[in-house]
Design a protein around this ligand. Structure first.
Ligand code: ZN
Ligand code: ZN
Length: 337
């Protein structure tokens, strides 16, 4: 096809556009609900506020306080002096792979993730709000307490193997992230009561967030992310529009060229017919006339049956069977009678 490349590019651009648009809408939705979400101080009144709210819960609220483990905190594996309530250890492999057109590109692949959590509250003085499923938060600001890169030592055999398999290991990276106890954070989500104690969990209204940023900073960051996503959406749409324009133009030019070719063909055919008509003898008997149009003389022989029965004009239309004996026509040629 003439515009295969353009169509492919349009498809890829369409996919990217879809992803950007989805991301943009998710930022917009979060921003809309976050802007109107109220911040509640953690104190004795909070229980009453929750009780008096619709359905006995605050659909999407913000609290700020200090992280406190309920019971024993988790001790960091790599930095034993650090304790926390959420812990994520990641092991990733850095490797180079031979990709498109034989180029080697560096990649990072997550091999293993292990996470751990203990129940904890966000507290102010004696009042605390338990955080349910903190690891499930969509935004989770954790401290990196350990980050180590270990380059691999490859043997001669590994190099040979890597050459043929198209993949070579570069090294392994281990990181450990922890939400430290005692850190001061902002939590956003649904606040309700479990018996007589407060808890915050994921909400249907908006995503659950656990972050060190304040509401204002968060709104600002989301606005920036939303704007940059909007820019990408505009870019992708522009590229799509240009590609559609290019395809439409090529299609139009192709059709125009086809029409032009057809009209030349028709004009040629017309002049050929006229020339033939001028050079034909007049006053021939009906016996010598073409059996189809009964006006021009017989000029063409059908093979292999050998019937001379068509004029040149009609021979152009009749391609399959001889009009006299219905035999299959394999070829036709000029007949001199
Ligand atoms: Zn004829
Ligand atoms: Zn025949």
């Amino acid at each position: 096809m003439d515009y295969l490349h353009e169509l492919l590019a349009l498809g890829v651009d369409g996919i990217i556009l879809g992803l950007c648009l989805k991301e943009y809408l998710s930022y917009k939705k979060t921003l809309d609900v976050l802007k109107v979400a109220k911040q509640y101080p953690i104190d004795e009144n909070l229980i009453n506020t929750v009780k008096q709210s619709k359905d006995g819960k605050i659909g999407y609220g913000i609290i700020r306080g200090t992280v406190k483990p309920i019971g024993q905190p988790i001790q960091s594996i790599m930095s034993p002096s650090v304790t926390g309530v959420l812990q994520v250890v990641k092991l990733s492999e850095h490797r180079i792979t031979r990709g498109f057109a034989g180029f080697w590109t560096e990649q990072r692949k997550l091999i293993h993730v292990s996470s751990n959590e203990v129940p904890f509250t966000i507290s102010n003085g004696n009042v605390g709000v338990e955080i349910v499923d903190g690891l499930g938060a969509e935004l989770l600001d954790l401290d990196v307490v350990y980050d180590n890169y270990e380059p691999s030592t490859l043997s001669f055999f590994d190099h040979i193997f890597g050459f043929f398999s198209g993949m070579r290991q570069r090294g392994l990276q281990t990181t450990e992230e922890v939400l430290r106890d005692g850190s001061f954070i902002t939590a956003v989500g649904e606040i309700d009561l479990d018996g007589n104690s407060l808890r915050l969990q994921s909400s249907k209204t908006g995503p659950m967030l656990l972050t060190t940023a304040t509401k204002n900073t968060l709104v600002k960051k989301l606005q920036e992310a939303k704007s940059s996503m909007m820019f990408k959406v505009i870019m992708c749409s522009t590229i799509s529009a240009v590609l559609i324009g290019v395809i439409a133009r090529k299609f139009y030019l192709k059709k125009k060229e086809e029409r032009h070719q057809r009209s030349i063909q028709e004009a040629l055919e017309h002049s050929r017919r006229a020339r033939r008509a001028r050079s034909r003898p007049t006053g021939i008997s009906e016996r010598d006339m073409c059996v189809v149009c009964v006006s021009n003389p017989k000029e063409v022989i059908c093979l292999p049956c050998g019937h001379v029965c068509l004029c040149e004009d009609c021979a152009l239309q009749i391609k399959d069977f001889c009009p006299i004996c219905r035999a299959k026509i394999e070829s036709k040629t000029a007949a001199f009678v």
